[in-house]
Write a protein that binds this ligand. Structure first.
Ligand SMILES: C[S@@+](CC[C@H](N)C(=O)[O-])C[C@H]1O[C@@H](n2cnc3c(N)ncnc32)[C@H](O)[C@@H]1O
Length: 268
């Protein structure tokens, strides 16, 4: 994989100076697959928000998540998403992350702020340690994207990538209540995500919205049990076929994360 253009990276990194860490962005997106990378990073980083913060998609969350919803967040990292949900009255929240350091620091942070009802567990989203049908909402922001960093051609991902993504989605479908909702916040465009979301065996309808200026991020809403037998489950969308990359609009690491995918797309 080629390295991203240095000038572009510098510009992007300057933009987020206040969030810079001693470890920061890796030189290759493949590092995002390495649990040690995350542990090391979270040891020194207090807060980093992937794909925009809550204020950018709060209006979308509020349409689908009710105060009495039980919510599972996959790959919380050191994001403030769970705190923001809590402040909006959604108090039954469980966060998981593969990184023990992220979990320990998140617990400490939430306790210090008095959000002691929020549960935080070290767990793998590919093997969810929860019983069937126990959450109203499962949400992930930038976590599923990690599975794609070594996926190869996004039009035809490697079998190992497909297996991991399917294991994740099968787990999500399993832990969702019969009328539960999976929310996925990502820059993964519908033509790449839809084949996974609409795979046989999933019963969710598929809907998406976009948010963000210039570059659009995607907010997918998958409603379990709502796929009609005569459709592929796609209910609603916003036209996305003409979206191009305004890379100046991407946050610094969103750009690096994205680079791998752009290279693969340009080869097609
Ligand atoms: C790109 S960051 C996103 C963090 C956070 N969701 C946000 O919006 O800022 C990906 C996160 O997923 C976690 N992660 C990676 N693989 C995971 C897995 N298999 N199960 C659970 N968490 C995982 C990483 O430790 C990291 O915290």
């Amino acid at each position: 994989m080629e390295e991203p253009d240095n000038h572009q990276m510098d510009r992007n990194q300057n933009r987020n100076e206040t969030k810079r860490t001693s470890i920061g962005a890796p030189s290759t997106a493949l590092a995002y697959l390495d649990p040690h990378y995350w542990d090391e990073r979270f040891a020194s980083e207090e807060h980093y928000e992937w794909f925009k913060d809550y204020s950018h998609f709060r209006h979308l969350i509020q349409q689908h998540v009710k105060p009495n919803s039980s919510v599972l967040e996959l790959g919380c990292g050191n994001s403030q998403l769970c705190e923001e949900l809590y402040k909006d009255g959604i108090t039954e929240i469980t966060c998981i992350d593969l990184s023990a350091v992220a979990v320990e620091k998140m617990l400490k942070r939430l306790l210090s702020k008095g959000y002691k009802e929020i549960k935080v567990l070290e767990a793998d989203m590919l093997d969810l340690p929860f019983s069937n049908e126990c959450f109203d909402v499962v949400i992930e922001k930038g976590t599923m994207d990690v599975l794609f960093v070594d996926g190869g051609d996004p039009w035809n991902p490697r079998p190992a990538t497909v297996n991991k993504v399917m294991a994740m989605l099968e787990g999500v479908q399993r832990v969702l209540k019969p009328d539960g909702i999976f929310i996925s916040i990502t820059f993964g465009q519908p033509h790449f995500r839809r084949p996974f979301f609409s795979a046989p065996g999933f019963t969710w309808s598929i809907e998406w919205k976009t948010f963000g200026d210039g570059f659009h991020y995607f907010f997918y809403i998958l409603k379990k049990g709502q796929r009609s037998s005569d459709s592929n489950g796609v209910k609603d969308n916003v036209s996305t076929t003409t979206i191009s990359l305004f890379q100046d609009e991407l946050e610094n690491e969103d750009y690096i994360f994205r680079t791998n995918i752009d290279e693969m797309e340009s080869q097609n």
